[in-house]
Design a protein around this ligand. Structure first.
Ligand code: ATP
Length: 136
């Protein structure tokens, strides 16, 4: 087996994942970056999107939103505001969240926090995309 790195994904509520994996692709704010064992120490803010990891010939996807990725040679820790493994994503819920956010963004009102609505829309779109990536 290829050499592995410990991937931990943690949110304020729970440990989403804790596994030895071969490769991790992370959606950083400066773009996607890849992590293998013996990576140099690195810290990046996360964007809203899909993280993926490779293990034993499989590629798996995890939605992440907000927070940081911290890398050293032996491990990568993702501290996210929210994260779900692809199989945990409720697509119907994400579609409803998307419609809600789109409706808000169309309204012209001082009451609406547009930045918040845009972030909610991005989360919904990226959850749907993460689910769609499974099976690709
Ligand atoms: P919603 O409006 O549907 O709550 P949201 O983007 O505001 O969506 P978050 O604030 O990112 O939700 O997350 C709140 C909690 O709900 C987190 O624990 C997150 O993992 C979970 N969650 C949100 N949307 C989904 C979904 N579509 N499928 C599974 N879990 C979800």
């Amino acid at each position: 087996m290829a050499s592995t790195i410990k991937l931990e994904i943690v949110t304020p509520d729970r440990v989403v994942l804790s596994e030895e994996v071969e490769y991790v692709g992370v959606p950083g704010v400066m773009g996607q970056f890849g992590v293998l064992k013996n990576h140099i120490p690195y810290l990046s803010a996360l964007s809203i999107g899909s993280l993926y990891y490779k293990k034993g010939g499989d590629t798996k996807y995890v939605f992440v939103s907000g927070g940081f990725a911290e890398v050293d040679g032996e491990s990568i820790t993702i501290l996210a505001e929210s994260a779900e493994r692809a199989e945990e994503i409720d697509v119907e819920r994400a579609k409803k969240a998307k419609e809600r956010a789109e409706r808000r963004l169309k309204e012209q009102s001082e009451e609406i926090d547009y930045a918040r609505a845009r972030a909610a829309l991005m989360r919904a779109i990226e959850r749907i995309k993460t689910k769609e990536r499974v099976g690709m």
